[in-house]
Design a protein around this ligand. Structure first.
Ligand code: ATP
Ligand code: MG
Length: 314
């Protein structure tokens, strides 16, 4: 297996790719005025802090899972546009980089359109859990929306609900807001469009459920093509990092559900008293178990064997 990558080699920048942003998981480089290199490292966060070591191949798994969905959307939602140009490093860039650096970028990189990201986290919830469940217990609402009485924890909603949040600056926490407040942030036209597209894309969860994974909720981001005024799906989509994945065969109403991917890590952090601490180094067992889960999710959702995908992209 290739080495675990938590930092992208700085040689990338010496070879003319300017880094324009760095998130908890990704590094973003400028290719030209129209496009970016969107690179997923193997970093992992839990309880809002990044672990010291990474999870082998996680960046590649997230990248190829997102590419899988984008390709499926082409077929199922032909009017939806996404930021994906190609799920690889453009040849012109790859050839100007030292071999070890282009190897490091391989499989974890997307060439994407550079867009003005609209400042909303566009969350869709199919089940009531997490912060929505906490709010409901207190007020009977979810993001300020009145809900039926007597919902139970993890219950499937009658229909999926659009529940946006703010997109906080680095270090701050996103805040749940009502659809009306979202309208104030991006304007009515874009809020409506984002809601419509998000609910449409979320319908793909039926496909996931058939493959044994409940996508309880998920977060999308959208960008704007300022020339054509089109709203375009950006970022990663329907991955375990941007969604709550639950194993369908373990689903039980009235309690919190085990998450597919990070549960083992979260349980370990809690047990060891390391929850929320900076710079925690995961043990080999935790890394291995977590890597296995990400891979399992990929294989269930795409119906492809990970080793074969890696081989066929070699
Ligand atoms: P944070 O920035 O708070 O750490 P994060 O951990 O989700 O958030 P990453 O996933 O590591 O961030 O990085 C992705 C970043 O890239 C997000 O801030 C997202 O808004 C931005 N982004 C995604 N697609 C595009 C695009 N096509 N053009 C410009 N920016 C994009
Ligand atoms: Mg992200």
């Amino acid at each position: 297996t290739p080495p675990t990558v938590t930092q992208i080699d700085s040689q990338v920048e010496q070879h003319g790719l300017k880094k324009i942003a760095s998130g908890k998981v990704r590094e973003i480089y400028e290719i030209d005025a129209q496009s970016l290199l969107f690179v997923a490292t193997d970093r992992i966060s839990a309880y809002d802090v990044i672990m010291k070591n990474g999870v082998p191949q996680k960046g590649a798994l997230l990248t190829l899972m997102t590419a899988h969905w984008f390709n499926l959307f082409k077929e199922k939602i032909p009017d939806l546009k996404t930021h994906l140009l190609s799920a690889s490093v453009p040849a012109s860039v790859a050839s100007s980089l030292p071999a070890e650096v282009s190897n490091q970028l391989r499989l974890r990189t997307m060439h994407v359109r550079r867009l003005k990201v609209l400042p909303l986290e566009s969350i869709v919830r199919g089940y009531i859990t997490g912060s929505a469940w906490s709010e409901y217990k207190k007020t009977g609402t979810v993001h300020g929306i009145a809900m039926p009485r007597d919902l139970q924890e993890s219950q499937k909603l009658e229909k999926p609900l659009w529940t946006p949040s703010t997109k906080a600056e680095v270090g701050d926490k996103d805040e749940n807001i009502s659809p009306e407040e979202a309208t104030k942030i991006v304007g009515e036209k874009y809020a409506k469009k984002i809601e419509e597209l998000s609910l449409k894309v979320y319908q793909i969860v039926n496909y996931a459920a058939e493959r044994g994974i409940i996508i309880a909720d998920t977060k999308f981001e959208f960008g704007l093509d300022v020339d054509t005024d089109e709203v375009i799906l950006v970022d990663e989509v329907l991955t375990p990092d941007s969604s709550r994945f639950w194993p369908a065969d373990k689903y039980e109403l009235g309690k919190s559900q085990d998450s597919f991917d990070k549960q083992y890590l979260r349980d370990w952090l809690t047990k060891e008293g390391l929850k929320g601490k900076d710079g925690v180094e995961m043990t080999d067992a935790v890394v291995k178990e977590t890597a296995k889960k990400y891979r399992e999710a990929f294989e269930m959702l795409t119906g492809q064997k990970w080793d074969e995908v890696v081989k066929s992209n070699a």
